[in-house]
Design a protein around this ligand. Structure first.
Ligand code: MG
Length: 387
């Protein structure tokens, strides 16, 4: 087993072999959209992928609908199991698949809860040291009413009432035995466990550990996820003068022109601006710092070396390119006919889909050095994110 991302200081000192069952077999589309909710994306990944990641380091069993197998195989769970017609049948299928694998305890989690935190998981694991079961919950704080039609018909005492969450943790043999004898129809695994007489310890839940059910939950989950996201922005600006030549390199595409651009490398002014934007977002200076013009090995170099270096530096620190926007300032050549090819070339170098990359152009109304066609300028902006 690899090291769990759950900080070791939070965990019991000797953690018994633990599996995490992520239940994602439902077809629920109450949240809107055509994909089941757990496969819709927030923060650049399917909801279930976030849930799965929270349990990295444990032996993770992803329970899916058979139609989703291809999607599920890509997520890196240790085991993928086809679920049943109900949630309870899906959990049972996962428990049966785990039998004989030396698992001592199991956490059972809703695939639609993407924001489960390490401290909450650790609280459940700690409580499992002394109880057959442990599950997070939040005390009900709102007043509770009964209603009929549009009218309030009464109030209910909320004392001792809790909102149940997951992961719900159990000793493995005990919960497997409980599932095998349960007749079905349980709301969750705590109900199955209690039917068997197991004691289940309440631990403190978290408001952020919401279950994405309705469309509004997506916005809330995105907002909560964004709050923990590191976002960095950088800009870049570059100018190269025209010289003798038969074309100019712009964003990795050679555009035929009656002149060339003067520079130590291939003088791809737009790619230089974009590269500097990425270095800028990382507070890593500019191209000149990483590829000194005094070094003869970069003479005539293809500028994609610089761009590939910058994005590699970003990835090495855990950042992904959210988007970038490149503007080329010149009277000629006309950029429009080549913008699609430039976008595709940058996407290939950066390893992102083309929709995250914008390439556009403007003239400067014949004003200034670009207007007099003495050279080409470019500005670029890049946004990097780490969640
Ligand atoms: Mg340059």
């Amino acid at each position: 087993m690899t090291q769990a991302p759950i900080p070791s200081a939070l965990l019991p000192t000797a953690l018994p072999p633990t599996a995490a069952i992520i239940v994602a077999a439902g077809r629920g589309t109450r949240a809107g959209g055509t994909l089941p909710k757990q496969w819709q994306e927030i923060g650049g990944a399917p909801i279930v992928a976030h849930a799965l990641r929270a349990f990295a380091g444990l032996y993770r069993v992803l329970v899916i609908h058979p139609d989703d197998r291809a999607r599920a195989e890509a997520l890196g769970a240790e085991l993928v199991v086809a679920g049943g017609a109900t949630r309870q049948a899906s959990v049972r299928a996962a428990l049966e698949a785990l039998e004989g694998r030396g698992i001592a305890q199991v956490l059972i989690h809703d695939g639609a809860r993407p924001l489960v935190g390490p401290a909450l998981i650790a609280r459940v694991l700690t409580a499992l040291e002394t109880h057959d079961g442990a599950a997070p919950a939040l005390a009900v704080t709102d007043a509770l009413w009964t209603g009929a039609g549009a009218l309030v018909t009464g109030t209910r005492d909320r004392t001792g009432l809790y909102r149940a969450q997951t992961p719900q943790g159990f000793r493995f043999d005990a919960i497997l035995a409980a599932h095998r004898v349960h007749p079905g129809g349980a709301a969750d695994d705590v109900e199955v466990a209690r039917a068997m007489g197991l004691d289940v310890r309440l631990v403190e839940g978290e408001e952020a550990n919401l279950k994405v059910t309705w469309e509004a939950d997506f916005a809330r989950a995105r907002q909560l996820m964004g709050a923990g996201m590191d976002v960095r922005m950088g800009n870049g600006y570059d100018v190269h003068a025209f010289c003798e030549g038969d074309g100019v390199w712009l964003c990795g595409v050679k555009v035929p022109h009656g002149r060339g651009l003067l520079g130590h490398s291939d003088a791809d002014v737009a790619m230089h601006a974009l590269t500097d934007a990425i270095y800028g977002a990382l507070a890593e200076g500019d191209i000149g710092r990483h590829f000194p013009p005094s070094d003869p090995q970069w003479k005539g170099a293809a500028s994609e070396i610089f761009l590939a270096h910058a994005i590699g530096l970003a990835r090495g620190r855990g950042y992904a390119l959210a988007n970038c926007d490149v503007t080329i300032v010149c009277e000629r050549p006309k950029i429009g006919p080549h913008a699609g090819a430039m976008q595709a070339r940058l996407a290939a170098i950066l390893g992102v889909e083309a929709g995250r990359i914008s390439v556009k152009a403007t003239t400067s109304e014949r004003l200034g050095f670009t207007g007099r066609e003495e050279g080409i300028a470019s500005i670029a902006t890049a946004v990097l994110t780490k969640s």
